[in-house]
Design a protein around this ligand. Structure first.
Ligand code: B12
Ligand code: SF4
Ligand code: SF4
Length: 336
């Protein structure tokens, strides 16, 4: 006669038969796998709605601080509740990927500075591929898994999820800062239909009395601590704004920026903890960290597509990049 409970049952099998323990084991394995995929940080939190006041989205939109990014104002209730984006969501796996490489910007006025985040291959592709690989691994282990990959373009509040999952805090410049990599990290999420064990510890705000980012911003876009007015931000104007001319306040204070702006992060003392990324795809592509402005002006639709294939810099479109290059050359008295 067979015994109803086999005496040889392993600890792992025992864990899997008790729901609270299997959630713990599953969470641990998902985190191990996320680190093996190359993410530096990972946390898991329940897929609940955000307190809209806490995340300040409505107030920010009502004040028009999103400028012409109409897509930010679309469906704020989806942006603050992942279950409206993916109804099966029970858990959010939040990851951070370090993108720092040691190259430096040039002050040569015939070149334009590009934000670090856009030097290498497009992070949407790199982080998205890692998250898709994580999801397919989870599906291989647990066939009933359903999931959705999010990085930047999905209506999620990436930084708020980073805070909730204990990856870091949001600095006065409004970027998420990690204690071990500074703010040079991308954030992504994997929404899962699985109940998991959750992280409860959040990182305290370590900005203290520092105001270096606010003082360094050449356009006063950080209008108060933890608030950025996109209308004044060089990053917004050079990447997102689809006007023929840059606003005067930005055009007169570009400080050499062709695409995006890193000033508030460059001055942040927490970025002395920057570490070189292990991701080769984030190494600067030739001429994409400091781009020759004349080369940008000479681009045609065909050469533009070829040069920026797989690069985040295509977000600005050829018209935006050439407008920015023209403005920089005009201000340096270098336009022939
Ligand atoms: C819109 C947007 C922009 C706009 C507006 C910037 C902004 N401050 O929101 C513009 C075009 C200006 C921009 C610029 C940049 N961006 Co951008 N952007 C976004 C986007 C799409 C949405 C951000 C958002 O929700 N803003 C809404 C307002 C209300 O948010 P907020 O002012 O930051 O308010 C937050 C706080 O109130 C906060 N909060 C504060 N304390 C706490 C505490 C708790 C517990 C909680 C829950 C929340 C919370 O919650 C809010 C939401 O996060 C995200 C991607 C995404 N899907 O989230 C990327 C994102 C924020 N951008 C990113 C990057 C890299 C940049 C640039 C550095 C690029 C560059 N070098 O040029 C600059 C930085 C400029 C700056 N100082 O902010 C990264 C930031 C990574 C990081 N480490 O934080 C993101 C997360 C993309 C990604 N997935 O990696 N961006
Ligand atoms: S990205 Fe540049 S312009 Fe925008 S808030 Fe930071 S320093 Fe100011
Ligand atoms: S520069 Fe200072 S205030 Fe600004 S985010 Fe960094 S630590 Fe915080």
């Amino acid at each position: 006669m067979q015994a109803s409970t086999p005496v040889s049952q392993t600890a792992a099998e025992d864990e899997l038969q008790r729901p609270e323990l299997s959630a713990r084991m599953l969470s641990r394995r998902i985190k191990e796998r996320a680190l093996a995929e190359g993410f530096e940080k990972v946390g898991i939190v329940p897929a609940g709605a955000f307190d809209t006041e806490r995340v300040q989205l409505t107030a920010w939109l009502e004040r028009g601080l999103h400028g012409r990014m109409g897509w930010m104002a679309r469906d704020p209730e989806v942006r603050t509740d992942p279950r409206k984006l993916f109804p099966a969501a029970r858990s959010v796996v939040v990851v951070a990927k370090n993108y720092y490489t040691p190259s430096q910007h040039s002050d040569d006025p015939s070149t334009g500075k590009v934000s670090r985040y856009a030097w290498g291959d497009d992070y949407h592709d790199v982080v998205g591929a890692k998250l898709r690989s994580l999801l397919s691994w989870i599906k291989g282990e647990f066939a009933e898994t359903e999931g959705k990959v999010c990085v930047d373009i999905q209506p999620m509040m990436d930084k708020a999820w980073g805070v909730k999952a204990g990856l870091g805090w949001i600095g006065k410049h409004t970027n998420l800062i990690t204690q071990d990599y500074g703010s040079w990290v991308f954030i992504g999420e994997l929404l899962l239909n699985l109940e998991l064990e959750y992280d409860g510890n959040q990182v305290a705000d370590h900005c203290g009395a520092c105001t270096l980012c606010i003082e360094a911003c050449p356009t006063q876009a950080i209008t108060e601590p933890y608030v950025v007015d996109s209308n004044k931000c060089i990053s917004y104007a050079t990447i997102e704004l689809r006007e023929q001319e840059l606003p005067n306040n930005v055009a007169d204070n570009l400080n050499g920026w062709l695409y995006g702006c890193d000033i508030c992060q460059d001055v942040c003392p927490w970025n002395r903890f920057e570490q070189v990324t292990d991701e080769v795809r984030f190494q600067p592509r030739k001429g994409n960290d400091n781009a020759s402005l004349n080369d940008v002006l000479e681009l045609t639709s065909e050469t533009y597509v070829e040069r920026f294939r797989g690069s985040a810099m295509k977000r600005a479109k050829i018209s935006g990049l050439q407008r920015n290059a023209r403005t920089l050359l005009q201000h340096a008295d270098l336009l022939g």
